[in-house]
Write a protein that binds this ligand. Structure first.
Ligand code: NAP
Length: 264
């Protein structure tokens, strides 16, 4: 199996790349800065490294053009993502653009760029990483982030209907809270809320298993996370009372204490 991990420089991207490699896949990496990936020693072991900035449509097209023929991946795992956890008032225009570009427009353009070759071959899977829970659980102080993730989840569903019978499919993958460098500053918040983070390797293994099973949606975090997401979908007021009001309060005070400021 030939795999391409987009965002292989990230905590979860690297973990999924390692698990896929252990399971016998030939793994290529797509990153914003190939030199930095090599400097970190992470270039080692990748079959090839291509440049791709999800905020730059030209770079996505160029990478897809480079990875044709024998280099065309069977699976693509897009483990990129950025977030902005703060009140909407504190989001700058640049931050809103960055979140929408990397978490929503970029994945759409990535899919579009590889789709013709996948369809011509009659096979291919693209897994997009979303945020915590089902993509539609709207945490307060994550406004632009959750808008992008919910959009991505709907995009994946829509595309799977569009692609029915072609041999090509998409998967929306929602990681559990994982102890990556990027997430580490928020660990006191998650621990305070009773959420125990998993190791990045556990996310890598879950992603590899979801790919092997051909799942279209995979939500980590156990039955309680899936149940809560389902409750939120049908009865958001109940989700508020059960959990989200409390999360809101905890986030507000945590963000204010951390100095990133929920503000109001
Ligand atoms: N860790 C968790 O607890 C957790 C839980 C749920 C969901 N998630 C989601 O899972 C994804 C990965 O999380 P992580 O903890 O591994 O974060 P991370 O270590 O910060 O990794 C993010 C990755 O995205 C890449 N990226 C950012 N902007 C990009 C752009 N414009 N073009 C291409 N790549 C770009 C980064 O590349 P550079 O190295 O070049 O910056 C990096 O490889 C994110 O979407 C995150 O929100 C994480």
């Amino acid at each position: 199996v030939r795999a391409l991990v987009v965002g292989a420089s990230g905590g979860l991207g690297l973990a999924v790349a390692e698990v896929l490699r252990e399971r016998g896949a030939e793994v290529a990496a797509a990153v914003r800065d190939p030199a930095r990936l090599r400097l970190r020693g992470r270039g080692l072991g990748f079959a090839r490294v291509v440049r791709m900035d999800l905020a730059d449509p030209g770079s996505i097209e160029a990478a897809a053009a480079e990875l044709r023929g024998d280099a065309l991946p069977d699976i693509i795992v897009n483990a990129t993502g950025v977030d902005a956890r703060k009140s909407l008032a504190e989001h700058t225009l640049e931050e809103i653009d960055r979140v929408l570009d990397v978490d929503l427009r970029g994945p759409i353009l990535l899919t579009k760029a590889f789709l013709p070759a996948f369809l011509a071959r009659g096979s291919g899977t693209i897994m997009h990483f979303g945020g915590f829970a089902d993509g539609r659980l709207a945490f307060p102080f994550y406004s632009a982030d959750v808008a992008a993730r919910a959009g991505l989840r709907s995009f994946v569903e829509s595309m799977n209907r569009e692609l029915a019978g072609t041999g090509v499919s998409l998967c929306f993958f929602s990681p559990a809270v994982a102890d990556t460098e990027a997430e580490r500053p928020f660990m006191p918040l998650w621990k305070g809320l009773g959420i125990r983070p998993v190791a990045p390797e556990a996310v890598g293994r879950a992603a590899a298993a979801a790919l092997a099973e051909g799942e279209r949606v995979h939500i980590m975090g156990g039955f309680s996370t899936r149940l809560f997401a389902a409750i939120n979908a049908v009865w958001p007021g109940l989700a508020d009372r059960l959990l989200l009001d409390g999360y809101g309060k905890a986030l507000r005070s945590f963000l204010a204490i951390a100095g990133t400021g929920a503000g109001h």
